[in-house]
Design a protein around this ligand. Structure first.
Ligand SMILES: NC(=O)c1ccc[n+]([C@@H]2O[C@H](COP(=O)([O-])OP(=O)(O)OC[C@H]3O[C@@H](n4cnc5c(N)ncnc54)[C@H](OP(=O)(O)O)[C@@H]3O)[C@@H](O)[C@H]2O)c1
Length: 275
């Protein structure tokens, strides 16, 4: 697909539905795709942020921007959203971006409800909404699904067991589906950002000023840089999109470092970072 559609060259405007659009990477996708003239459906739980963003985008770009409040860990709310996706005849893109972090403690000592919510938001919602979107996208023989994974998908990370495992699911699911859909006109991307300056780490209690690095392999990118990289990958037809050369280097390490050594390093640094 060609995501570079500005209002002036929009022949038939499509609709983009973004989960987790209230802040960070999701909000940056909304701003960029709104600027390119797509109509938007923005979902999340923080109504005020979503309404403010939708109003600004409507006003600036003369697009349609609708807000849907949905707790994706809630089965009924997810089904309602899936029905909305299924019935959107002009659907052009689905961005499964909603997600959250947890960790810092051993798997068995964390609240099971949080593990369950992560499974639902990262895995179940991504699968359900993708399933709901595909009939329309395939009938139109165009469009894309961007599933937001993480560089964490490339590593089995102790003390973030559920996060790295669910993000690996998203990567593997998207990759296999992309191969299955080759030639259909519908693209699937697994977007795998590294550290990105959003609300994500502040919600885990980190002080953004001290937490984010400005150089080296852990350098944090802006949400806007991540979105630009994702849309460039889409234009090039790349399935796995890792924004930033430093993150691509990190994502190659599992293929270069023997697994036993990886386990030792991950155990050592994982334990240190968890303390
Ligand atoms: N920031 C990073 O360093 C980083 C790195 C790699 C991957 N990622 C991934 O990028 C994606 C976006 O995160 P972000 O960094 O932009 O963080 P963020 O600013 O905290 O945004 C997360 C979004 O997900 C939504 N969300 C979280 N839990 C939800 C739930 N139960 N139901 C519905 N919506 C929910 C939030 O909406 P409400 O709060 O309004 O509900 C928010 O809009 C996530 O999947 C994350 O795993 C982030």
């Amino acid at each position: 697909m060609n995501p570079d559609r500005s209002p002036s060259n929009a022949d038939a405007k499509g609709v983009v539905l973004i989960t987790g659009a209230s802040s960070g990477i999701g909000a940056a996708f909304a701003r960029e795709l709104g600027r390119r003239g797509f109509d938007l459906i923005l979902t999340g739980r923080r109504q005020e942020q979503l309404e403010r963003l939708a109003q600004a985008l409507r006003h600036t770009h003369s697009i349609r921007a609708e807000v849907i409040i949905a707790e994706l860990a809630d089965d009924a709310a997810l089904e309602q959203l899936a029905e909305r996706v299924r019935s959107e005849a002009q659907l052009e893109m689905l961005i499964n971006n909603a997600g959250f972090g947890s960790g810092g403690a051993p798997f068995h000592q964390q609240d099971y409800a949080v593990h369950q919510a992560m499974l639902k938001v990262h895995v179940q919602a991504t699968v359900r909404l993708t399933y709901a979107a595909l009939p329309t996208l395939l009938a139109r023989r165009r469009g894309a699904i961007i599933n937001v994974s993480s560089v964490a998908a490339f590593f089995p990370i102790p003390y973030q067991v559920m996060y790295s495992a669910t993000k690996e699911f998203i990567r593997a699911f998207s990759e296999a589906l992309a191969i299955e859909l080759r030639g259909s006109g519908v693209q699937v991307q697994a977007l795998c950002p590294g550290f990105t300056r959003t609300d994500f780490h502040a919600r885990l209690g980190a002080d953004p000023e001290r937490f984010y690095r400005t150089s080296g392999p852990m350098k944090a990118m802006s949400a806007e840089e991540v979105v630009q990289a994702s849309l460039r990958c889409l234009a090039r037809g790349e399935v796995i999109c890792v924004p930033g050369a430093h993150n691509r280097f990190v994502s190659y390490l599992p293929y270069l470092v023997p697994r036993r050594l990886q386990h030792w390093l991950l155990g050592h640094f994982g334990r240190q970072m968890a303390m």
